[in-house]
Design a protein around this ligand. Sequence first.
Ligand SMILES: [Zn+2]
Length: 268
Amino acid sequence: MPDNKVYLLDGGTLVLDGFHIWWNKGPGGEVRFPVYSVLVETPKGRFLVDTGFDYDHVQRALAFEKPQQTQQQTIPGALKLLGLEPKDIDVVFNSHFHFDHVGGNKFFPHAKKICHKQELPQAADCEVFEALGYSDLGFSTEVAEARGATDQLTAGQTAANTKYDLIEGDVELAPGVKLIYTPGHTIGHYSLLVEFDNRRPLLLTLDAAYTKKSYDHDINAGFHIDPVAGVRSMRRLKQIEADLDAEVLFSHDPESFANYRTGVNFYG
Ligand SMILES: [Zn+2]
């Protein structure tokens, strides 16, 4: 088994109503929850999975989510804590293109970029109810142009340096680093499985399950495209957890996140 390491990059916090976090379940009321990205260091290179939210974008487009983000919680700031710079990242993989997973993509024009083949066309022509989720379009000149939002692009971004390699189904990014196709939250959503030399595998649900409660009770988030696919994806993750005795990490769970390793404290 390869010598992999996983670092969680703390990206700050946002607020949603409980009925949005736990769709049709609640309880309602404001919940402040964490956002993080995942750096996987492997002998084959450094893979960054998701890039957090852009503070200014959230203030402009979704101020009701009350973003909080220190300098150290931006992507460059979180990498700096590890002694790294954006140029040290070889591959950026987006689990999906919601604004709180793509906000830092603009820092990686040099990196290879990968996503599911249906995420780009969906972000470019999304359903009305998905528009707030797919609201930060600075990750792709093609998508920003399609949505009439070229003002979200950064100087120097081109079609060539915002191009994505497209994948489908389960894919092994590197030895022991596996993308698990878990649609439902979005059309092309992925979860992440990482295996190690000396510890249990990590299964990162990403937005297939925001919280442990979501996962334990098959509760989708309010943001979704196909709730039936969503619950089936959660059941598939539970089967993988059982088969591999994996440790499961959730994407937006304030209670669980308090016990996760962040910053320089890695899994591996
Ligand atoms: Zn999402």
